[in-house]
Design a protein around this ligand. Structure first.
Ligand code: HEC
Length: 166
């Protein structure tokens, strides 16, 4: 009898851990089934001249902003609802989440959302989906830093989206 109770407890414990684990990850990774965008690669070490490797000015600036964080591999995901605009390199994305830049090695994702035509940038933890954006001025994870590049870097990014610029 004792053994059965114990076994049941152990099973319940594992079931609980499993349920919590999967629901958190499943809830946070809302982009899991979205198609991949063009932006994809690995963030090179600080000091790398990506222009010499076929990169452009904005990519060089991005490397200089984020190399110190050592974010590793990145993959972009585009909301299927935004895919038409993405393919056309349109300037006006529909309201809602537009795209995600996932840095799986460090468990962080950058998000761009459109609300009433205006962009909202955020940095979230892939573990629980909570924002880890910074409020410190000029911090690489401050949404104002995202804005400076996505909205105004020589007009390279269309509709606040950069990965489809080529
Ligand atoms: C200095 C420029 C720069 C800054 C700062 C920057 N980005 Fe980007 N972002 C880019 C570039 C360039 C790409 C495409 C990368 C590529 O082509 O490999 C990109 C891609 C993305 C994507 C994938 C969708 C797309 O636009 O292609 C998201 C989402 C994104 N960035 C969000 C953010 C957020 C959120 C921040 C701030 C925490 C941020 N970015 C800061 C330049 C920047």
């Amino acid at each position: 009898m004792k053994r059965i109770v114990l076994g049941g407890l152990v099973a319940a414990f594992f079931l609980a851990v499993f349920t919590v684990g999967t629901s958190m990850a499943g809830g946070a990774l809302f982009w899991k089934n979205w198609p991949e965008g063009t932006a994809k690669g690995v963030m090179p070490p600080c000091g790398t001249n990506v222009l010499a490797l076929g990169g452009d000015d904005i990519l060089q600036a991005t490397v200089e902003t984020y190399c110190a964080i050592k974010p590793g591999q990145y993959v972009s995901f585009i909301n299927p609802k935004a895919m038409d605009t993405y393919k056309k390199k349109g300037k006006k994305y529909p309201d809602g989440m537009t795209g995600v830049l996932q840095f799986a090695d460090i468990g962080v994702a950058f998000t761009t959302e459109i609300k009433g035509g205006n962009p909202i940038y955020d940095v979230i933890s892939m573990k629980d989906g909570k924002s880890i954006a910074s409020k410190e001025a000029n911090h690489p994870l401050n949404p104002k830093t995202c804005e400076k590049c996505h909205a105004s870097f020589k007009g390279v990014c269309k509709g606040f989206v950069c990965g489809n610029r080529m």
